[in-house]
Design a protein around this ligand. Structure first.
Ligand SMILES: [Zn+2]
Ligand SMILES: [Zn+2]
Length: 721
């Protein structure tokens, strides 16, 4: 079978050295570069001397070359690595047309000289997106500005990675760069209270402590998120009032001012940063609104005034919806009118409205319309109730008298009095709306007379889940009204995005006339679109526009600006319990998810090396053992021979045996099934000779625990046999 092996003695005793290809930690090595051009079977034969096939009759009968097995394992490992690192941005410097170098392709290493600002002796301002730019989705927003000994940080958001990351709830920015310079940080500024801007706060703030600055409602939400923090750190909060243009000096070199914008959450602001080299603006998230619910309009006049009097050196502008043409054609009051119409036309029905829990102003509209239609309103969903508490405490919502009732009280009311505002508009499986559909909710089961309103659009990536929820609700006979199907019901708009469209961006950029422009808050394609918009519609020269990935450093002085390097960035993953999950664990999950796992437990006598019991075989997510009698017998036959030869009364290195077991079993399983499950051998050595192999139950009770593998051990898995 192995052409390079014919100079070896076929009966030569097996080398105790580990097999190549297995690195001993349960995972094939993903070193693509190293093995690409080698034929694994040659390597194996050359390095390892004798062929194990010759010793073990089961292995000898396999039809697959060992190199083929290693190649398959390596392919799987590469796939898993790729899947688990989608959130990692690891580009030296992007080569887009908007890289500040006329679109010339270059690398940091190859262009050291190019990456110097003219007048380099003058101190420079560094603009460093720690997260939020070019990510796998919208989120993880975090921006650092550094000048001399001062750093200020804007936002600390999280990112929801979606179904591709099993068991991962969200990802927060890697703040290594800031932790190493935490003594320089003079303040944390927040634009608004959406989770993609404040969601990482409770995980990060104690690691880089500094005073907090934000608007009233945002501070309330920041404080609320700290209820779940485990650090014990109490931040020092400072509320800034954007309406009186309050300014705060941070360190020697920065001063900040919040300017009101409109968005889909109360008290959203842009941040004006005055620095020794000029004025910068971070827009946060925004839209223009003719008639905001709270009457507080986007303070474009203030921004224009600053632009006129001081000039804007750099505008950092969000990119979420810049690919959508035109502008918003309706406002929140139009949506309120739709709610009113729906309540009037369905007087006998319960009205259940699902929306984002941070849409405080829309919730206020629902309360007003319910009051006008003689209905009561109950809130359902954890985040809904949490956010309402903050809104009430910070006076961000006006509540009509005697409208709100508790969930367990509203079920006692007749249907025509009932309005429920709940979470689940994104089809989240565990959110209220889904539980109402399945009957899992404590108080409400959806019925055929119910009217269910989705006052939201699916966030890209959630479409399938939303469809699933809608189907479940319709199966129960309920009427479901969605924004995109509103024509079927002849009702007005049910939702309005919180982000500006193309024409709005043109209006803002043209009004502020910044010298430099940086698209922020978006996936890479959005950033490019935003850049193109600024170049084509607002006459900002291409070389003054910086499309950056998180981690890029843009340096500015009073004369020029350019990309000059990168800092380490990345993500830290958290699960539903708010605990950190390491990348190794994620990779195991992905591997198990696609291939399953296969565990063999051997109990051998320390003294005689004999098997004391028949080997236990546990398979999870790989094959159903009951249907695979033949394969199991093959594995058992292999194990019996293996144990007889490996132990045989000698002192043996358990780790070596385990590695061989892992490689051999992987080989047999791949040979028989063409699959590469995670294989975990466990060897229990117990004292005593164990009699004639296999029925000493008393000694079995005294087994010492199996030696731990370095990763994700199964514990207490019941034997499937
Ligand atoms: Zn955002
Ligand atoms: Zn937002």
């Amino acid at each position: 079978m192995n052409p390079n092996n014919n100079n070896q003695q076929p009966t030569r005793p097996r080398s105790p050295k580990p097999q190549n290809g297995g690195n001993g930690n349960g995972r094939p090595q993903g070193n693509r570069g190293q093995n690409n051009n080698q034929r694994p079977q040659n390597k194996q034969g050359g390095q390892n001397g004798g062929k194990p096939q010759n010793q073990n009759t089961v292995l000898a009968r396999t039809q697959t070359r060992r190199g083929e097995v290693f190649a398959a394992a390596r392919r799987k490992s590469d796939t898993v690595n790729t899947m688990a690192s989608q959130h990692i941005i690891n580009v030296p410097v992007n080569k887009s047309l908007y890289n500040g170098y006329h679109g010339m392709q270059y690398t940091l290493n190859g262009n050291r000289k190019a990456n110097r600002l003219p007048l380099a002796d003058e101190p420079t301002l560094k603009v460093i997106p720690i997260g939020g730019l070019g990510e796998m989705g919208i989120g993880k927003n975090m921006m650092a500005l550094e000048y001399g000994d001062d750093i200020i940080v804007i936002d600390m958001g999280l990112l929801f990675p979606g179904d591709g990351y099993p068991g991962i709830n969200y990802i927060v920015p890697d703040i290594t760069y800031l932790q190493e310079r935490k003594h320089k940080i003079r303040g944390h500024v927040f634009t608004h209270a959406h989770l993609d801007h404040i969601g990482a706060f409770r995980h990060l703030v104690h690691k880089i402590p500094a005073p907090i600055y934000a608007s009233h409602f945002t501070v309330g939400m920041l404080q609320k998120t700290m209820d779940e923090a485990t650090s014990g750190y109490t931040p020092q909060y400072n509320t800034l009032n954007p309406d009186i243009h309050e300014r705060v000096q941070l360190g020697e070199h920065f001063s900040i001012e919040l300017v009101r914008v409109n968005h889909s959450i109360p008290d959203a602001t842009a941040v004006v940063i005055r620095t020794p080299v000029g004025v910068l603006i971070d827009t946060g998230d925004w839209r223009f609104e003719e008639q905001p619910v709270d009457g507080k309009k986007f303070d474009l006049e203030r921004l224009e005034q600053i632009a006129r009097e001081e000039g804007i050196l750099m505008l950092m502008n969000e990119s979420t919806n810049c690919e959508f043409e035109g502008t918003h054609m309706h406002g929140e009051f139009d949506i309120a009118q739709s709610f009113d119409d729906i309540m009037k036309e369905n007087q006998a029905s319960r009205i259940i409205i699902s929306t984002f829990s941070s849409q405080i102003h829309r919730i206020q509209m629902i309360l007003e319309k319910a009051a006008a239609n003689n209905r009561k309103v109950a809130f359902a969903g954890y985040s809904m109730i949490q956010n309402m508490e903050v809104a009430l405490r910070s006076n961000s919502i006006k509540v009509p008298k005697d409208v709100i009732v508790r969930m367990d009280d509203i079920v006692k009311l007749p249907d025509h009095k009932v309005t429920i505002v709940c979470t689940g508009s994104q089809g989240e499986l565990t959110a209220v709306l889904n539980r109402m559909a399945t009957g899992a909710h404590k108080h409400i089961k959806v019925k055929s007379s119910d009217i269910i309103v989705f006052s939201s659009n699916p966030i890209p990536g959630n479409e399938v889940n939303v469809v699933h929820t809608v189907d479940g609700l319709m199966r129960e006979g309920a009427e479901v009204l969605q924004n995109r199907t509103k024509h079927l019901h002849d009702c007005g708009p049910l939702h309005m995005s919180g982000h500006a469209y193309y024409d709005d961006h043109v209006k803002l950029i043209s009004a502020l006339k910044p010298k430099y422009y940086m698209p922020i808050h978006g996936e890479f394609h959005m950033l490019i679109h935003n850049a193109r918009l600024a170049e084509q519609e607002c006459q900002i020269p291409k070389d003054n526009i910086f499309v950056c990935d998180s981690g890029d450093v843009v340096e500015l002085n009073s004369h020029s600006a350019m990309k000059t390097g990168r800092v380490p960035v990345g993500g830290v993953m958290y699960d539903n319990a708010g605990e950190e999950v390491s990348e190794v664990v994620l990779k195991d999950r992905l591997h198990i998810a696609s291939e399953g796992m296969f565990i063999v437990v051997l109990t051998v006598s320390r003294k005689t090396g004999r098997l004391l019991t028949s080997p236990d075989i546990i398979s999870r997510g790989f094959i159903y053992l009951r249907d695979s009698e033949e394969l199991m017998n093959t594995i058992r036959a292999y194990l019996k021979q293996k144990v007889a030869r490996s132990f045989g009364g000698r002192r043996v290195e358990l780790d070596d045996i385990k590695r061989e077991l892992k490689d051999d079993i992987s080989h047999i399983l791949y040979d028989q099934t063409r699959r590469t499950p995670i294989v975990i051998p466990v060897i229990n050595e117990i004292s005593g000779d164990g009699g004639q192999g296999g029925n000493n139950q008393a000694q079995r009770q005294k087994q010492r625990p199996a030696p731990q593998q370095p990763q994700s051990q199964p514990s207490q898995l019941p034997n499937q046999y």
